[in-house]
Structure formats: C-alpha cells, structure tokens
Design a protein around this ligand. Sequence first.
Ligand SMILES: [Fe+2]
Ligand SMILES: [Fe+2]
Length: 314
Amino acid sequence: MAPREGKTPDSRLDPQVAHRLKELSLLVSLPQITVRLIQLISQPNSSLQELRGVVERDPALTAKVISLANSTYYSLRNPTKTVERAITIIGFQELGLLALGLGLTETFNVSLAPKGFDVESLWIHSLAVSWVSQRLANKLKSVESGEAMIAGLLHEIGTIVLVSKFPLLFQRLLDLILAGRPGLEAESVLKIRHEIVGHELASLWKLPEGYQEAILCHHNPELAGRYKVLAAMVALADVLAHKIGFGLPTEVCEVDLGYSLKTLGLTPGDLQEFIRETIVAAKDILPLWRQLLKTGEPTTTQKSRFSALIPEKS
Ligand SMILES: [Fe+2]
Ligand SMILES: [Fe+2]
C-alpha cells in the first residue's frame, strides 16, 4: 500500500530519509523469530505447542520467559522451570507481546536517543496502545485480538526508527518541539512524519497490509481503506493511552474521535465505560510492563497519575 499522495499535505518524506530507509530495510530485518511470532499471534487458531516450539528455539527468549513467569508480578509458590508452564502463567498473547517487544528492542537500539528524550516512555506507550487495542478487540469482536495487539505495538515503529537510526534528525525534531512547535507539525517541517516513516519500513518489510495501514493512519483513521476497523481501533487506543497517562511527549493526539467511534460501532457512553474499566485495569498492568522493560518501580509521576485517575472505591 502506498502512502496516499494528496490526502495528507505532508505525506512526502525527506528524500535522504527515504533513501536511508530503503538501505535499512535491506540491512536491518526483524529477527526470524519475531516474524514467526507475528504470524502465530495474528492467527486465532495457533496452538500453545506451536508457540512453545518457537520460544524454545531461542535460549535468550526462553530464559526471559521463565524469569518473567517467576517474577514477583505473578507471585508463584513454586517457581516454574518450563516454557510450557510459563506460557500458561503469562498467557498466550501476553507472551507473544513480550517476545515481539524483545525482537524490536533487539533490532532497534535506542541507546543513541538524544538526551532529553524519554525512551522508556516510548516503549511504555507502545505497550499501552497494544494493550488497549487488544481490550477493544476483545470487547468489540470485530478484529482478532492478537492482530489488534500487534498493530498497537507496531504503531509507533516510525518513531522507534527515527530515534534509533536518525538520532541527529530526531534531535532537530526535539529542538523544534522545545521551541513550541506541536510534534506532528515539527515532523512535517522536517519531512519526517513518523506514520509515513513507519509505513515505509513496514511495507519494505512486507508486513501484512492491515498493519501497514494501521501504522500509516493511526493519527488519521479516516484515511484508511480496507482495514479501516483495525486502523480506527489503534487510533482510538492511541488517544486513550494518552488520556490514561501513557502518552508520548513528542505528540499530542488530536484525532477525530467521532469517526473512530462510528467505525467501531461505539457510543460515547460505551467509550466512557470502557475508559473507566481500562483505568482500573491499567493499575495492575503497569508493573508487568516495567518488569518487561526491567525498569524497576513506577516513577513518582506515574504513581501520582494513577492515584488521580483511579476511583477511590475500585
Ligand atoms: Fe503516533
Ligand atoms: Fe502513539
């Protein structure tokens, strides 16, 4: 799927960035195991044995899975030593998310990110949008939940590429934002809209078209075509992640919520109820994300965000 020329005024990429992305797509490929996991999780009839088989082929992933199942988050009485039990404890899709996240962090080294940019917030945001997309899919049943989860995890792949592979350009972007330009506008000035960068890479990698479209349209779901439901779901999850405290500092989400709600068949009342439930559930999921990222305890800011968000008697 090609970017829609003309529908977005700034859909052209800086030619040097476009050229470098083509080179990158040849030099940097997603690990085979990540590609296989994307297939497995996207298919509703994949089995636990298939997932186990993929995980056990990678010793580092096996160790991480077992250590996560034995972490304080799950408070097991008897530690597990097998991948099979670890999968049962962690959950099929959650484990897939962990493995995919590891694949991405392995492929994109964000240690070169400019000072002042909170890399952790980028990963947490990606995990949050993945999780909210999955919850929406479970509620609405119009998209496979594994597919929604992956689309959510990948939606900021463009930002991840910019941070890890174009750190100097990303620094210029941060400078513009610090000078008061809104994030998306600043990206347009530099011709590095992250949705376009992400879509370009996803299409060079030949990821399934639904993911390509969700990545491209996550700030403009009304531009999506065949996969408009998936795109609207990720766009809504993106806004909700911002609303519940897991936004990206480089962007303000100004999406036409009305369009997403109509496309998904949700009323404003449904949305309010979904937000309330999600805020309560988010309180329990944050420690798992931090465990995945090995970043320790929630920061004071996150703690205070939660205490402000969560109803007193929940
Ligand atoms: Fe975005
Ligand atoms: Fe986002």
